[in-house]
Design a protein around this ligand. Sequence first.
Ligand code: FAD
Length: 306
Amino acid sequence: MKNRLTEELLSYNTENGTHGLSVLTDEPMSSHTTFKIGGPADYFITPKTEESLVFVLSKLKESGVRYFIVGKGSNVLFSDDGFTGAVVSTSAIDSVKVDGDVITAGCGASLTSVARTAARYSLSGLEFAFGIPGSVGGAVYMNAGAYGGEMSFVVSVTRSIDPVSGEIKTYKKEDHKFGYRESVFRRIDDVVLSTELRLSSGDRRSIENMMADYLERRQQKQPLEYPSAGSVFKRCEGRFTGQMIEEAGLKGLTVGGARVSEKHAGFIINIGGATANDVLTLIEMIKETVYARFGCFLECELIYVR
Ligand SMILES: Cc1cc2nc3c(=O)[nH]c(=O)nc-3n(C[C@H](O)[C@H](O)[C@H](O)COP(=O)(O)OP(=O)(O)OC[C@H]3O[C@@H](n4cnc5c(N)ncnc54)[C@H](O)[C@@H]3O)c2cc1C
């Protein structure tokens, strides 16, 4: 089965060559996530273009193989048992085009690179995104945000594919139904193909200064020296989650190779050899303690995949 599907997928390359796709089998997800955790996926497929992504999705549908889309893998925790099915990475679909004050980015483009491009063209609005280690598709899906900004402020149009019908759809700003770490894409199966970001013209030096300031704040406050998936939990009504975890005395709490960061209690870090089970156990301990102390039920921002 594995060989047959791999062959069928790779047949796409005969006509499309370098615009095709790559297929790895039994590929450890620890190599494709910022947490550096996760067992093997049966298939790890990297389409190089939108067209090859469309082909991959139709082949997977035809063969009945389940799949999961990853961008930069910076908000996911894969199970230690890996993933039965195909993980499809958008990382190679990373075109970035600038037209006036609109940037159109492929789903796999790095958010930080797009923010850098915006600065180069003196376009303001994406400063907040500098340093978020995700892809544009992942950021739209999550409505990623920081320092008072979020994707919903700048996204104007998104193109996606419905993997069941194969239809290419266009979402206008209001169709995204953005909320706190929410978008319509969390509720449907569409795969984001590309997004238009509407920015405004500004002063290049001020934009770059703001980005440098945000990056410095990240370096000072976040444990960037360790693998992680960023903030594990969503905000809790009117309270800072990290502060509650800290006040509950949980900084430094360790299970196996997973630890509540001493630098930022909202982060769980992989201090070496952490398993997904270590992280999940730690998450449960944090949730229970914070609930007992503050009566606040923490919800995960991190997405667990198995
Ligand atoms: C050190 C660190 C700092 C971080 N700081 C921030 C921060 O300040 N603010 C913030 O909001 N987040 C932050 N994050 C979390 C993360 O970077 C963001 O949520 C980011 O938007 C996820 O993008 P990704 O490409 O890595 O998505 P992935 O982790 O690959 O995927 C996340 C979800 O998006 C879905 N997805 C990805 N691409 C597509 C697509 N093309 N179409 C449909 N669905 C898709 C996946 O299926 C999955 O469900 C941080 C993470 C780290 C490690």
